[in-house]
Design a protein around this ligand. Structure first.
Ligand code: HPA
Length: 289
């Protein structure tokens, strides 16, 4: 896997002059951000040597390189989920490729269901911390021999969502006039692909989870392991049904619909965050590990 990652990173760097400082993984319905990059070079996943293939119908998945507010970025339009049957190694493969290309900061976005009473569909939750349910029982991308070139055997995960970036995002939300829609919270990853039963929803709620989704935690674990700075946000697309009295039920179309409605706001927030980001500019591609 290690040499495969090198091969992929080398191939990408031979195909584009961009040397990204920031990588952005776009969640469901939030991929339009990639279309706003200037001087784009884009690659369909199936054309990238060694890259995993997307199984989501009608969406091949693309890696888009370009400039966003003067910073060089790479966006994943379409991510790899565990529920698709991908190994966690494949799910997180792009993160280490980004590291090898010299990326310093990873931004992850996702769609999530809310358990917290104060989070409504359309709200934005800045991820303060996560509960990696699959990871806690052994479905962790870091299982197996440790690659010491990327990071330690037993990496700390406290503080994995960078505090300065979270503060900056709250500040930006205020300035965009969406502070009322934006708050920090705890994200929990479940395996999916089914949405939660009511008993599962109640359990998550009692455990202090604010929002639940089926992605993100593996990528963040691998990014933190190799020393990337991480920012994450969830777009709340639905309330998770917690009552037997409630006749509502969540569906994928509804999730995508809210994603589309709020995608512009999320895009503005991420764009402004990137714009204000401090970059070290050491550009040590490939020597990064
Ligand atoms: N549960 C799990 N994942 C999700 C949800 C949900 O309610 N909404 C969007 N992704």
């Amino acid at each position: 896997q290690h040499s495969r990652r090198f091969k992929t990173a080398d191939w990408l760097m031979s195909q584009t002059k961009h040397r990204p400082q920031v990588a952005i993984i776009c969640g469901s319905g939030l991929g339009m951000l990639a279309d706003t990059l200037k001087c784009q070079d884009s690659f369909t996943y199936s054309d990238i040597p060694g890259f995993p293939q997307s199984t989501v119908q009608g969406h091949a998945g693309r890696l888009v390189f370009g400039e966003l507010k003067g910073k060089t970025c790479v966006c994943m339009q379409g991510r790899f989920h565990m529920y698709e049957g991908h190994s966690l190694c494949k799910t997180t493969f792009p993160v280490r490729v980004f590291k090898l290309m010299g990326v310093e900061t990873l931004i992850v976005t996702n769609a999530a269901g809310s358990l917290a009473d104060g989070l409504q569909p359309g709200d934005i939750m800045i991820i303060k911390d996560h509960v990696n349910f699959p990871g806690m029982v052994g479905l962790n991308p870091l299982c197996g021999p440790n690659d010491d070139k990327f990071g330690p055997r037993f990496p700390a995960m406290s503080g994995c969502y960078d505090k300065a970036l979270r503060c900056s995002a709250m500040e930006i939300a205020k300035q965009l006039g969406v502070a009322g829609l934006t708050q920090e919270g705890v994200y929990a990853m479940v395996g999916g692909p089914n949405f939660e039963t009511i008993a599962e929803a109640r359990l998550l709620h009692r455990l202090g989870v604010d929002a639940v989704g089926m992605s993100t935690a593996p990528e963040v674990v691998v990014a933190t392991h190799c020393g990337l700075r991480v920012f994450g946000l969830s777009l709340i697309t639905n309330k998770v049904v917690k009552s037997y009295e409630d006749s509502d039920s969540v569906n994928h179309e509804g999730v995508l619909e809210v994603g589309r409605l709020r995608s512009h706001t999320v895009q503005q927030l991420v764009t402004e965050l990137v714009s204000r980001m401090e970059i070290n500019n050491n550009n040590d591609t490939n020597n990064a590990v």
